[in-house]
Each structure stands twice: as C-alpha cells, then as structure tokens.
Ligand binder design. Structure first.
Ligand code: NAG
Length: 481
C-alpha cells in the first residue's frame, strides 16, 4: 500500500474505534449525571440559543459564546437540543481533534520517514490526554476551543490560505477569548523569523568578520551559508543590533507574498480583539468580580507539575540525560531554587473556589499536600527545578528561539494572570509543547498511550462510582479534573 493510502486507512480505522469506545463511556456519563459542575450554566445557555433566544446570557459564563452558538447551529432543527446532544457536539469535536492532531504531526514529521502508525498513535494519545478526554464527554468549552486552535495552527503551518487563518483565528477566540494569546504567539514567531532571516545577509558585520561596503553588489543580500534551522538567543541579539545599525533597511525586504498574507490575517485577528477589548472594557465576560486579574506566578510552576504527570514518559525517557544536564548547571539550579522560593513564598494565592469545591482533583492536591503541611510549598521546589530541566531537555534539540521566546511570553499571559488553578487551563500550553518534543521513539509513544489509558480508566472509574452530596444541590456531584 502507498504510504498516504495507509495513513488514511489507519486514520479512519482509528477514528472509528475511538468513536465507538468513547460513545460507550459517553452514554454512561449521560446515565450517571445530568449536570457536571459548570454545565449548570452552559447547558441552559446552549438550549436558550437553540430556541433562538439570543438575549439570554448567564453572567456566570466567562467565555465568549462560541460554543453555544456552534452547538445551536449544528443541532438546529434536526436534533433535539438537550443535554445529551449538546454534549455530543463535543464528542464529535474530539474526533476532529484526533484528525487534526494527526494532520499536524504528519506535517511536522513530513520530511522524516516516520511510520504512519506512530503518527496516528500519537494523535490518538493527544486526544486521550486525560483532562481533554474527560471534557470531550460533557458540555464544556475546551474541546471545541482546542479544535479551532488546531485548525488555525494547521493553516499556519501550511503558511497558506488567504482567509482561512483569519477565519479560524477568529473562531478560536470566539470559543475562548484567552486563545488570542496563541494567535499572538504565532504572530510573534512569524515576526521573529522574518527579523532573524533578514539579518543573515552578506553585509552583516555581527555575523562575519569581512566588512562589505554598502555599495557592494551583494551587500544586503541573503547569505544562505548563515541560515540555520534553529536559532539561539545570540542570533536574535545579532539581528536586532544589525537592524538597528542599518535602520531596518533590510528588515522587510525578503518577505515572500505568502508570509504577507499570513501576517495580515494574524494582525486582523489581533485587531478585532483590541476592538473587543475596547467595546467590552475588559477581557472578562460575565462575572467580573470573580475573575480579577492578578500576578500569580506559581501557576507556571503548577504547569511544570502538569508536564511531570502527563509528560511522564518523556520525563523518564530522558531521566539520565536530565540529571547530567542538572549536574552541569549547578549554579543555575541554585539560582532557580532561590527564584522559585521567592515566588512560592510571596506569590502563592489560594482562590476560595479551590478550597470550597471538592469536585476537582486540585482540591485534593491542596488539602492533602499544599495546605496540609507548612513546608509543602517549599518542599515541591526541587520537583519544579527538575521538571524545568527535563522540559528544556526535551525541547532543546528541535527548538528555535523564535518559537521559545514568544511561547514564554504567551504562557505567562495565559497562566500567570489567573487566580484560580484549573487543570483545563494547562491543556493548550501543554499540547503546543508536546507537539514540539524531539521525535520520540516508538516505546515512548507507546508508554504515553498506555499511561493515558490508565489515567482515564482510573478517573472515569472515580467519576462513575464516587458520589458527593452537596446540601444545596439535589443532584449528586462527582469528581472531575
Ligand atoms: C440519557 O440519560 C437519560 C437519563 O438517565 C435517559 O433518559 C436518556 O435515555 C439517555 N439518553 C440516551 C440517548 O441514551
């Protein structure tokens, strides 16, 4: 069989199996619970939009109404608009997530002779990423929000499409306004690429010793011997110095037309968002009091824990090399320990919801560890340091500063301004990194798949069997991510 035929046959078979198995779990979720946590306001909102009542808006909902509009459009007159079908929209969405994960991985690994099976197994694992997989069975915004981001990134990777990047950029923001951060990241990535590339010219005295007169014929032409696949921070500094010294004369000289289209589309998404901010007066929709923005840096450390749990196969695969890296960087380790200690000491914020809501795993993490012992927040610091090195170790061989720099800025805005620790918020930043890990071996990919299946089995078992009674609710409550 030709490798592309094999890819599609495998993909279709995988989606079919994924859907069939998930549908069984989905029906069981429907049987066991009418309302799962935030569905309390999402479901009435979805039903109200299905009924054509667009004036009703529950102020408890903090996202833009993309999910509710999409599901109203999809269900339309053909399907009943009830809890079951509203949730079903997400299950179908997760099948598309699987398809787009595969498409993106195929694109990334395109140049390598990667086995089709391995690509699709990774796509399946990403779809099964436990918190993401759980929210694909209920009426939450996360699945569709990720779907539109994936489609958006797929078009960005292809660097084509005269309006599709714009369309899917806007749609992903409509699902969740914080997605604007990832649109901005792609924009920053693109700009840095252009800035660095346009500085790799013959006349750049920061790159080569030979000085060319600006009147020389080849001065300011791209010197392809200076182009690299991955650039470092030193290349950014050299680029900025060069552009400053030449008043940005070459900075925008070598932009291909396709890049111009992409930039215009990204900029339009960003401008629409500025307009939204101006009209809405803030980024928050609905209950503004419950979501006051603050600096909350430990969120970035909790993100490392998320990586430690869901990226465990990657942590273990590089364990020895990470330890070596740590031993080589003793001074940095010490510095990081001090910085992290200052962060957790002065900036640990415990949102009242976190301690009040025993339906989330974070509640148990706080009550059994972080709040139970006075030393706990400090005792976790070595884990953060180790995980940061491990993450770096997994990223360093394939990553370019033009990605890492915008990513770091954007993850700060995506996480470190949120008071409430919600596992869902870590999904997109993790998925982005996971897609950039150095091509893992088959064993690591297999371990990842088995690990996710195991976590899903345990968490769905807890969801189905453990009941929590709340005095002010008739329905039984259940434990979710
Ligand atoms: C979903 O659950 C409800 C309540 O348990 C049940 O009445 C209904 O038939 C279920 N829907 C489907 C399509 O299975």
């Amino acid at each position: 069989m030709k490798s592309s035929t094999k890819y599609y046959v495998l993909l279709i078979a995988t989606v079919a199996v994924y859907f069939t198995v998930s549908k069984l779990i989905f029906d069981k979720v429907n049987e066991t619970s009418d309302i799962v946590v935030d569905e309390l306001f999402h479901i009435p909102q979805g039903i109200s939009f299905c009924d054509g009542n667009f004036s009703y808006w529950d102020p408890k909902i903090t996202t833009l109404p993309g999910l509710h509009i999409t599901s109203a459009l999809l269900l339309g007159y053909y399907f009943p608009c009830n809890t079951y079908y509203l949730r079903f929209v997400n299950l179908i969405g997760s099948c598309f997530n699987l398809i787009f994960f595969a498409s993106i991985l195929k694109f990334i690994y395109g140049g390598y002779n990667e086995s089709q099976f391995k690509i699709i197994l990774q796509a399946l694992s990403l779809t099964l990423l436990p918190p993401l997989y759980f929210f694909s069975h209920v009426y939450y915004t996360d699945t569709l929000s990720l779907l539109f981001l994936l489609v958006f990134s797929r078009f960005c990777f292809a660097n084509r499409g005269k309006w599709l990047i714009l369309l899917f950029g806007e749609l992903s923001v409509a699902m969740r306004q914080t997605n604007i951060v990832w649109v901005a990241m792609v924009f920053g990535h693109k700009l840095l690429d252009i800035l660095i590339r346009s500085s790799r010219v013959y006349g750049n005295r920061y790159l080569s010793k030979t000085l060319l007169s600006t009147r020389s014929l080849i001065a300011n032409d791209i010197d392809s011997s200076k182009l690299k696949r991955y650039y470092s921070i030193a290349d950014v500094i050299a680029a900025i110095k060069f552009h400053l010294s030449t008043y940005f004369r070459t900075a925008f000289k070598f932009i291909p037309l396709s890049d111009i289209y992409v930039i215009i589309q990204l900029k339009s998404v960003l401008l629409t968002f500025v307009l939204f901010l101006y009209i809405n007066g803030s980024i928050v929709i609905g209950d503004k009091k419950a979501h006051i923005a603050t600096i909350h840096l430990p969120q970035l450390l909790y993100f490392l824990l998320f990586y430690g749990v869901f990226g465990l196969p990657y942590v273990l695969a590089r364990f020895v090399s990470t330890v070596k890296l740590i031993l080589k960087n003793k001074l940095n380790v010490l510095l990081l320990c001090i910085i992290f200690a200052v962060i957790v000491h002065f900036n640990t914020i415990v949102h009242p919801y976190l301690l009040a809501d025993n339906r989330h795993y974070t509640f148990y993490l706080w009550n059994r560890w972080f709040r139970k012992y006075d030393f706990a927040i400090y005792a976790t610091i070595p884990a953060y340091v180790f995980l940061l090195f491990s993450l770096y170790d997994n990223l360093k061989d394939q990553n370019c500063i033009s990605f890492l720099l915008p990513y770091c800025v954007c993850i700060f805005f995506a996480l470190a301004l949120q008071q409430l620790v919600e596992i869902r918020y870590f999904l997109v930043p993790y998925v982005i990194l996971r897609l950039r890990f150095v091509r893992p071996t088959f064993n690591v990919v297999l371990m990842e798949f088995l690990w996710y299946v195991a976590i899903n089995v345990v968490t769905f078992y807890i969801f189905f069997t453990k009941e929590i009674r709340w005095i002010d609710f008739d329905d039984v409550q259940r434990i979710i991510w």
